[in-house]
Design a protein around this ligand. Structure first.
Ligand SMILES: O=C(O)CCC(=O)C(=O)O
Ligand SMILES: [Fe+2]
Length: 339
């Protein structure tokens, strides 16, 4: 297992996953070690074909380059219940806050800083409680077909990674985690961070994506070569280290639900998107940052599945820290702060 010295996020080569035997076990152990220590891992030679990832970025660019009135033909529905469709700059406010007064004050502060990004969320077409919000096909012919294909290709890769996690956690059944994921409750998100004067990000007058943790089981992230994603350094909280883009790698991270499921053995680490760290990050007098595209894919268990402590993550001297909860119950608890 290699790690880039700059970011300390380990790199795991998934190429030999299908060859079985000891390489499979090693890959599983390396991924789990990274998820325990950092909560983030780069996965190279993963199952999503590179040409599909390239194509996904092309479609994403075509989508975001549409006139605003076309994108607004598939608006994100109001409220927090449905997480699909197009969100325009400033709509989404990420918040970690849940219940205490302080947290709510913090949530309010975050609400006052607009997010300079656009997003488009896609799910399974069979998920009737989260109906997809498609733009009419004639606006961008082929977009819907490609995105649904990409959605399911990502689930194939995510499913293998869930198997690797189960093996690395020493569960007897490699499908232990995967079997709670039919795939219909996942979410594919296209993100476009438009150029913005560096100064507005530096002075906290706007954010690309404020620090947050993801909620679900795992996230697979594809990012372009712009840079700007940063991950909290677990050794010194408050310090963030860059998750420098690696060509064709998936940046995989653990979400809050999997942290809870694993009795905190696996770590859901805070991350954010800020100024690109590259030397060519600014252009012109206003120091405009480069435009950035990224595509996260969130895997979530099915809504009625009960998330109770993974057996290998507890023992006589280590009781389960959390009550069992359904995915839907957990989501509801978190979602009301999002919009
Ligand atoms: O754009 C990125 O690289 C990260 C986005 C992210 O963390 C999220 O959408 O949860
Ligand atoms: Fe995230």
């Amino acid at each position: 297992m290699a790690s880039t010295s700059e970011s300390m996020i380990p790199v795991v080569d998934f190429a030999k996953w299908t060859s079985g035997g000891s390489s499979r076990l090693q890959i599983a152990q390396d991924i789990v070690a990274a998820c325990k220590k950092v909560g983030f891992v780069y996965i190279v030679n993963h199952p999503v074909p590179d040409h599909l990832v390239d194509e996904a970025f092309l479609w994403s660019r075509l989508f975001f380059d549409l006139p605003q009135e076309d994108k607004l033909k598939a608006p994100h529905p109001e409220g927090w219940a449905v997480h699909r469709g197009y969100s325009w700059p400033g709509l989404e406010k990420v918040s970690q806050a849940i219940s205490t007064t302080n947290d709510q004050e913090r949530a309010q502060q975050l609400r006052e800083v607009p997010d300079i990004k656009e997003s488009y969320d896609i799910g399974s077409d069979q998920n009737s409680s989260q109906p997809n919000q498609w733009i009419p096909d004639e606006v961008l012919p082929g977009f819907r077909d490609f995105m649904l294909r990409f959605y399911w290709e990502c689930f194939v890769a995510g499913g293998e990674i869930l198997r690797a996690l189960a093996i690395g956690l020493e569960l007897e059944d490699e499908n232990y985690l995967l079997e709670k994921h039919s795939g219909h409750n996942n979410q594919l998100r296209l993100l476009n961070y438009p150029p913005v004067p560096a100064e507005t990000l530096e002075n906290d007058r706007a954010a690309r994506c404020p620090a947050h943790t993801d909620w679900s089981s795992i996230t697979l992230l594809f990012q372009d070569d712009c840079g700007g994603l940063e991950v909290q350094d677990v050794a010194s909280p408050g310090k963030f280290v860059p998750a420098t883009p690696i060509k064709n790698a998936i940046v995989m991270n653990v979400g809050d639900l999997l942290q809870r499921w694993s009795n905190d053995h696996l770590r859901s680490t805070s991350h954010r998107v800020t100024l690109p760290p590259l030397s060519d990050r600014f252009e012109g007098e206003q120091r405009m940052t480069r435009r950035r595209f990224s595509i996260p894919y969130f895997l979530a268990p099915d809504p009625d599945s009960v998330i109770a402590c993974i057996p290998s993550c507890m023992g006589a001297d280590e009781p389960a820290k959390y009550e069992p909860i359904t995915q839907a119950g957990y989501n509801q608890m978190r979602a009301s702060m999002q919009y």
